[in-house]
Design a binder for this molecule. Structure first.
Ligand code: SAH
Length: 668
């Protein structure tokens, strides 16, 4: 094996170096001496003398042997010099240099790589190499001046600090290019204190030089230039590194200790837990885990979700062991069925059903409620059903009033269009009056059964708001968005009123409803949302949690009303928050962002970047336009929870998946 490697190495020197014009005996000898396999992970050692760069940890590469030889040759060393290498990577290049130079100082920005290279070089017995962890784009001042400097990563220009640290007569070689992946090798010779000679050598492809005097860290727009604002810092860290350092890893979703998170949540009255898609299992499962702990350890009183009130009340009846007549319709059959009809939600619902056995009365059991308003006709049916029971005379009047909406049962959007066209009378007055009347009869009705009264009022409120909602769709997207989120927030408040002082809520909805809209470009379109309204109302007592993922699978449709598909989520864009999280190399984590443990991190989290939002529709082909918006993550949320690779939710059996139209059991 060893002999085979020796002969492969000799062959490499002959065919890849000498045959291509590298003639310096010193360089050829050094390249023949250093075992490249020592710097590679075991499973790649077979490839050690291939004519190519190879991947190492942290998304970096070990350079192609020819490039290492070429660059060192270009430095024109005589032997015994003091050399700075920027970009240690595996440590291979440093070892070759150390065979020729007197002293090598090599700087690497990734701590893991620097530590590993240091270990290997120590084991191999190199005493003339110092491995420094830090940003080498500003050189390494304590070791200057250098007789030679070699930079093994590509930057937009030669950093001035490197030129300053070059001794007179010294040579610097660096890949320079206007894009992050393609460069020319440039050689600079310092002729005297002020004059530098510059030569362009060959074209090359290096990984980017990332740092204060080079490219910004991955995740920021390409070519944003130099990061001069960080000049005062001794050792700037990339944002992803800071995230890696301060995030709490989630090694196991079921068992990870949530106490630090619960501590950050403190005495919050509302905890909003978002999701970056409506079809990702990890988001649902971990959200359920957090919610269980909030209920068990902090006494949260109800869960309110982005589902229609009547659907969720079916679940509420089940989890609170309520004795109510069975409704003649099926819950969650409206598109998108998988959003709530999935195994992950079911597991939580069954847990809550059991947990609620701990309480005697229905009122003290933990509730499950819907905040959304898409159930216009089911809600009408529910109001009528209620009135039929408690007040048949009023039920008759209600039938008349709600009858105004009858013609559009099959498609309420058409009601909006008709009302906007002015050719039909609006039903606003009727539905608003109905709600007002119900509220007036609060005392009379609620003595009979407070819970059922709440249910009827909520449905009447939903009808009134949905009527406006469908009309507003013709006034503009933002108007209807705001009406919907305002309705969700109003529903939350009426739940609080009903549950009384000291009640606490967990909300489940998409990130776009729960992350403070005023810190995203939604605000440019005049949109607000539940998260923002919670912050404005409850201040620090609202804790907003967002989720994110880099890639994987998601349950989603291609168009509204379309069938469920299992789609592949593309890797996140380079200038997104998701890419920052991905580049942290922590596969799953929680990051508290109110006090993330570093001022630098907190500051960087305030910047604006892209954020991905997948709803029930996912269109990977137009992803940038359809699914990304920009946000200041650290202000949008109080906590960010990350799962690098994610999977689709498991929908409950396919028969139930078929979207069936709403049924209208009360003769409308
Ligand atoms: N000479 C290396 C090749 C390394 S690839 C070898 O033989 O294996 C380039 C290396 O430069 C990467 O490890 C990358 O992390 C590092 N790098 C990028 N920007 C840097 C910076 N500003 N300071 C120090 N190292 C940097």
């Amino acid at each position: 094996m060893l002999e085979r490697k020796d002969s492969e190495r000799h062959a490499m020197v002959e065919s890849q170096l000498r045959a291509r014009g590298i003639h310096s005996p010193m360089v050829l000898e050094a390249m023949d001496k250093v075992h490249r396999e020592s710097f590679l992970p075991e499973h790649m050692q077979d490839l050690a003398y291939e004519d190519s760069a190879l991947p190492i940890a942290e998304g970096q590469t070990i350079s192609q042997p020819y490039i290492v030889g070429y660059m060192i040759d270009a430095l024109q060393l005589d032997g015994g010099e003091r050399v700075l290498e920027v970009g240690t990577g595996s440590g291979y290049g440093a070892a070759v240099l150390a065979e020729i130079a007197g002293q090598v100082i090599t700087v690497e920005r990734h701590k893991g790589l620097a530590d590993r290279a240091r270990d290997i070089l120590d084991q191999l017995g190199y005493h003339n190499i110092d491995v420094v962890h830090g940003d080498g784009s500003t050189g390494w001042h304590p070791g200057a001046p250098y007789d030679a400097i070699v930079v093994t990563a590509g930057g937009p220009k030669i950093p001035p600090a490197l030129k300053e640290q070059l001794a007179v007569g010294g040579t610097l070689v660096m890949p320079v290019g206007q894009t992050e992946s393609s460069q020319s090798l440039v050689r600079i010779t310092r002729e005297n204190a002020d004059d530098f000679r510059e030569e362009r050598l060959i074209e090359a492809h290096f990984v980017p030089l990332v740092g204060q005097a080079a490219w910004t860290e991955p995740g920021q727009p390409q070519g944003t230039g130099l990061l001069t604002s960080q000049a005062a810092r001794a050792e700037p860290r990339s944002l992803s590194e800071l995230v890696a350092e301060h995030a709490e890893p989630i090694d196991n979703m079921e068992t990870v200790d949530l106490d630090p998170l619960l501590k950050r949540i403190g005495d919050a009255r509302v905890v909003c837990i978002g999701e970056a898609s409506h079809g990702t299992a990890e988001f649902y499962r971990f959200r359920a885990r957090i919610t269980k702990e909030l209920i068990e350890k902090k006494g949260f009183s109800f869960v309110a979700v982005e589902a229609d009130w009547p659907d969720a009340s079916r679940i509420d009846n089940y989890v609170r062991h309520a004795e109510v007549p069975a409704a003649s319709w099926t819950a969650f059959t409206r598109f998108p069925t998988w959003m709530w009809r999935n195994a992950e939600v079911r597991e939580f619902v069954d847990w809550l059903h059991d947990y609620n056995r701990n309480f005697e009365s229905e009122e003290s059991k933990i509730g499950f409620h819907g905040l959304d308003l898409y159930s216009l006709y089911t809600s009408i049916g529910a109001v009528l059903g209620y009135l039929d029971n408690v007040d048949p005379a009023t039920a008759k009047i209600a039938r008349d009033r709600y009858g105004c909406l009858t013609p559009w049962q099959a498609d309420p959007v058409r009601y909006g269009r008709a009302a906007a066209s002015g050719r039909y009378g609006e039903c606003e007055k009727q539905v608003v009056t109905m709600l007002a009347e119900l509220l007036q009869k609060r005392l009379e009705y609620s003595v009979q059964d407070g819970e059922r009264f709440l249910d009827a009022v909520q449905n009447a409120r939903l009808v009134a708001n949905a009527e406006r909602y469908y009309r507003s769709m013709y006034e503009g997207y933002s108007d209807s968005w705001n009406l919907r989120d305002q309705h969700m927030f109003d529903t939350l408040q009426s739940l609080f009123n009903h549950r009384g002082e000291g009640s606490k809520a967990v909300i489940w909805a998409h990130n776009s409803h729960l992350g403070d809209a005023s810190k995203t470009d939604m605000s440019v379109r005049g949109q607000l949302n539940v998260g923002q309204l919670c912050r404005e109302t409850y201040g620090e007592d609202a804790y907003l949690i967002g989720f994110g993922t880099h890639q994987g699978k998601v349950a989603a449709a291609t168009e509204w009303g379309g069938p469920l598909e299992f789609k592949t989520v593309r890797p996140s864009l380079s200038d997104s928050w998701e890419r920052v999280a991905h580049d942290s190399q922590v596969p799953a984590f929680m990051l508290g962002m109110r006090e993330p443990g570093s001022r630098d991190l907190k500051e960087q989290l305030q910047h604006q970047r892209l954020e991905r939002a997948i709803g029930v529709i996912y269109r990977p082909e137009s992803e940038r336009i359809s699914h990304y918006f920009s946000a200041r993550l650290g202000q949008q949320f109080d906590e960010y929870i990350w799962f690098d690779v994610t999977h689709a939710v498991t929908p409950l059996d396919s028969k139930m998946l078929k979207g069936t139209p709403e049924t209208y059991p009360f003769g409308l």
